[in-house]
Write a protein of this length. Structure first.
Length: 170
């Protein structure tokens, strides 16, 4: 299993504000959709809430919450399963067990709490770095360049300058 963070942050590491994204960047949203389609995604309960109660099509959702029993009625389908688990370790084990039928690359899609706790387990990071400062309440952790090597960078200028960065664990 390859565990990959996929995140977008500003120069001041902001990823979210009041339960939502601080920006509207259609090209980054398309990158997120294209990259995660057909894959297992691990997320925190607040990030799942930001989907407004709807699972994303053709993805296996593993949602981490201290109260999974609250979600026992949540609808889960074969093409878009949604499973609630109590710990990050349980989420990773469940993802691994499902890579027999789902792809090897499993995405951690946030938010701030889950990125921070799971960074030590990540093999790879797709980071969209937005070259502005934003106000917000949720952060992406610092990437230690002694641990992760930047292997790819694609710059985009519009509507605001940002870069698609890829890091691999050394
Ligand atoms: N820019 C990006 O790339 C990006 C990506 C994703 C999200 N976001 C933004 O980030 C924000 C949400 O991030 P967040 O940090 O507030 O929340 P989060 O990480 O999405 O979810 C936090 C929740 O996860 C559960 N949780 C966390 N650690 C746990 C643990 N060790 N064991 C069991 N459960 C645990 C808890 O759920 P319970 O409270 O249910 O117990 C906790 O309240 C939103 O603004 C969202 O839009 C941005």
């Amino acid at each position: 299993m390859i565990l990959t963070h996929i995140a977008a942050c500003s120069e001041n590491r902001i990823i979210g504000t009041q339960g939502d994204l601080p920006w509207d960047l259609p090209e980054d949203m398309k990158f997120f959709r294209d990259t995660t389609k057909g894959h297992i995604m691990i997320m925190g309960r607040k990030t799942f809430d930001s989907f407004k109660g709807k699972a994303l099509p053709k993805r296996f959702h593993i949602v981490i919450t201290r109260e999974p029993e609250k979600f026992s009625d949540f609808p889960s389908t074969e093409s878009s399963p949604v499973v609630f688990v109590k710990t990050l370790e349980e989420a990773i084990a469940l993802a691994k067990a499902n890579t027999t039928t789902w792809p090897e690359e499993v995405f951690i899609i946030g938010g701030g709490e889950i990125y921070k706790q799971s960074l030590p387990y990540a093999n790879k990071i797709y980071l969209t770095l937005i070259h502005r400062e934003f106000k917000g309440d949720t952060y992406y952790p610092e990437i230690d360049e002694n641990v992760f090597k930047l292997t790819n960078r694609r710059d985009v200028e519009l509507p605001i300058p940002f870069s698609f960065l890829t890091y691999f664990r050394k």
